[in-house]
Design a protein around this ligand. Structure first.
Ligand code: GUN
Ligand code: ZN
Length: 429
């Protein structure tokens, strides 16, 4: 294999989802990885890899921890410029900050500029895959996919659909145009290179039943696409939904009744769930995405990670940029730990790292190609530096083992701890 390259370091990977009773049992640490043609082809000791691939160039990362790049399973790239906006809860936050900013994406040049800025910021934070909402403008999705394609990044995105007068003038489509525009985007982008499409009704309050029905039909016609939306983020939102959909049994039923519940459904937030909703989501194998910095920032509530993991739900982790307060999945894992503490479930570093990589990848049905540093996987990788800052260096110097060190990296780390990023085997820096 003439184009094989080697990376040495502390290579962290997971053979399976960590179990609560023995969270590190499915993890392994190797000394070296071999990459070829954008994929991982082998892992083992440094001596084994050097013997198996004689003459292959070696990128020695020393004591850095090399692992899969982070997978951010729920973001709104168009909200990049309004991240960290003060003082509102969900509905006011959308009206005050989000919708005015999303209107600016009527200009494709602005969309292109923010897409590039967003992918620069996330890559600097070690995030190699995201699943993003666009705005109602199809060109916002074209801009995002074009930018990701230029960088050879595996991303998922979709046109946000809103046709109710609960969304402002200028930010509304119709049931028919949402169907037509989404279908044209699917034809243009779904499965092209590393790109995937998610049919994207924003959430039930900004769609009519007719629009939900049209998007449910579109999903049935394109079953390999994901479907992403929001579910039970705030109690005010749930009251609003129940007022707008008086026949619905619960919030989830507004999706279920219109063909928008399925295994490839990705439901953001899912905090205030009724027992029926939890059961149905588990039964169909739908994905729930925990967005902890957003849930504390917008004042939404505390996700029941312990209960939902124990019930076998498919769960991913996400920043929810720009409702979330950080682009960093390290910061997001730290927030997930803190929310877990408030709900009586201290997540282990192995569980947090798994959620931020393989867990999110599986939530997006991409677990066969990304999410862990194992042979056969695409080589989207990061190197974490445990000595990146004085605060980290003095703490990791006395770490008891690699898990203690990784936990400190999660709690104290930021973009300075991301020493290197590889996309499909190519280093970015
Ligand atoms: N619910 C509907 N739209 C949004 C959004 O843009 N951000 C968040 N956090 N929740 C939403
Ligand atoms: Zn969201």
């Amino acid at each position: 294999m003439p184009d094989t390259t080697l990376i040495a370091g502390r290579i962290l990977s997971f053979d399976a989802m960590p179990e609560a009773a023995a969270p590190t049992a499915s993890a392994r640490v190797d000394e070296a990885l071999a990459l070829s043609d954008g994929r991982i082809v082998a892992r083992g000791t440094r001596a084994e890899m050097l013997a198996q691939f004689p003459g292959a160039p070696l990128d020695d990362q020393g004591n850095r921890i090399v692992m899969a790049g982070f997978v951010d399973a729920h973001v709104h790239y168009p909200q990049t410029a309004i991240i960290a906006s003060w003082g509102k809860r969900l509905i006011d936050w959308l009206n005050s900050y989000t919708f005015p900013e999303e209107m600016r994406f009527a200009d494709p040049a602005y969309a292109g500029e923010v897409a590039a800025r967003y992918l620069d910021l996330t890559a600097a934070n070690g995030t190699t895959t995201v699943c993003s909402y666009g705005t109602i403008h199809p060109a916002s999705v074209d801009a995002f996919f074009a930018e990701a394609q230029k960088r050879n990044q595996r991303v998922v995105a979709g046109k946000t659909c809103m046709d109710r007068d609960t969304a402002p003038e200028g930010l509304r489509d119709t049931a028919q145009s949402a169907y037509d525009d989404s279908r044209a985007l699917i034809d243009r982008w779904q499965g092209v290179g590393r790109l995937g499409y998610a049919i994207t009704p924003r959430f039930s309050p900004t769609s009519t039943p007719e629009q939900l029905e049209a998007l449910g039909a579109l999903w049935a016609q394109h079953p390999t696409c994901l479907m992403q939306t929001h579910l039970s983020e705030q109690t005010d939102e749930i009251d609003w939904v129940m007022g707008l959909y008086p026949e619905a049994r619960d919030y989830l039923d507004t999706y279920e009744a219109h063909g928008l519940l399925g295994a490839r459904g990705v439901y953001g937030h899912a905090i205030h769930l009724e027992p029926r909703e939890r059961d149905r989501l588990a039964e169909v194998g739908a994905a729930l995405v925990h967005c902890p910095t957003s849930n504390t920032f917008i004042g939404s509530g505390l996700f029941d990670m312990g209960g939902l993991l124990a019930a076998g739900h498919r769960i991913g982790l996400a920043t929810d940029t720009g409702g979330g307060s950080s682009f960093s999945m390290l910061r997001t894992m730290a927030a997930a730990y803190e929310v877990g503490q408030l709900r009586g479930r201290a997540l282990h570093a192995a569980e947090l790292l798994w959620l931020a990589t393989a867990g999110s990848a599986q939530a997006l049905h991409l677990g066969a190609c990304i999410g862990t540093a194992a042979p056969g996987m695409e080589a989207d990788l990061i190197a974490l530096d445990p000595g990146a800052t004085p605060a980290l260096a003095q703490r990791t110097a006395r770490a008891e083992d690699i898990w203690d060190e990784l936990f400190a990296l999660i709690m104290l780390g930021d973009d300075r701890a991301i020493a290197r990023v590889w996309i499909a085997g190519q280093p970015l820096n």
